[in-house]
Design a binder for this molecule. Structure first.
Ligand code: SAH
Length: 219
């Protein structure tokens, strides 16, 4: 059977992304292009365009389509940016960003997930995504500053490194709160020493585990 899921993908974008308020055409076009089903295991492919997050192994999940659309839109991208993602997971969010921006630097702490994400990203030709395996609560010092930072795991507080590694004018999208529920925040570096903070929505991400996040076994 030759199923590229393009009809399911179009429906997903119309109902779950545009239908829930995402308007940025760059985000919509990017999500229409990226074959989301390739980022989950074979047995789950038929569910890849449904309105929920899905397991990707190692107790982690690929975020639901609406969340990816909302977070990407919240970066207010123009194209050409250098973006840091914390929590590569399946690689799907990185692939969506890669359609819009110049370069994506993505950090994952679990090696098996990073390896699988790299394979899929290569298979679909995302050469502008760089994946590194390490504790992402330190950011990615060598490549800073970033025009945007997107954190796809929830910690108890915003690690200082993210603020330090954000370019002036850049935006940080980050879930902050308890282990089971967080608020999604947007922090804009309006000047060298001035950050504006906005509260976006309630959300529920897997824990950000690391030196400046939750301790392993603590969640
Ligand atoms: N953006 C992903 C979502 C993955 S879930 C996607 O599109 O599929 C969040 C991921 O963050 C998990 O894979 C988890 O292992 C990872 N993670 C948690 N704490 C981390 C840390 N300190 N550094 C890097 N990755 C981390």
């Amino acid at each position: 059977m030759n199923n590229d899921y393009s009809i399911a993908r179009r429906r997903m974008v119309e109902k779950q992304v545009q239908g829930k308020g995402v308007k940025d055409t760059k985000v919509i076009e990017a999500m229409l292009r990226v074959p989301r089903h390739l980022f989950v295991e074979d047995a789950l492919q038929s569910q890849a365009y449904s309105d929920f997050s899905l397991p990707i192994g190692e107790k982690q999940t690929i975020s639901q389509p609406h969340t990816v659309g909302l977070m990407t839109e919240a970066l207010e991208l123009k194209g050409g940016e250098k973006i840091l993602e914390i929590g590569t997971g399946s690689g799907y969010q990185a692939a969506v960003l890669a359609q819009i921006v110049h370069r994506v630097y993505s950090v994952e702490r679990i090696i098996s997930l990073a390896r699988r994400a790299r394979k899929v990203l290569d298979a679909i030709g995302c050469r502008n995504v760089h994946v590194k395996v390490t504790d992402g609560t330190f950011g990615w010092e060598d490549q800073a500053p970033f025009d945007g930072i997107i954190v796809t795991a929830g910690g108890p507080a915003v690690p200082d490194k993210y603020l330090q590694q954000l370019a002036v004018g850049g935006r940080l999208i980050v879930p902050v709160g308890q282990r089971g529920s967080q608020r999604l925040k947007r922090i804009t570096r309006v000047a060298e020493n001035k950050f504006d903070e906005e509260d976006l929505v309630d959300c529920r991400f897997v824990p950000l585990v690391g030196k400046h996040g939750w301790r392993e076994g603590d969640y």
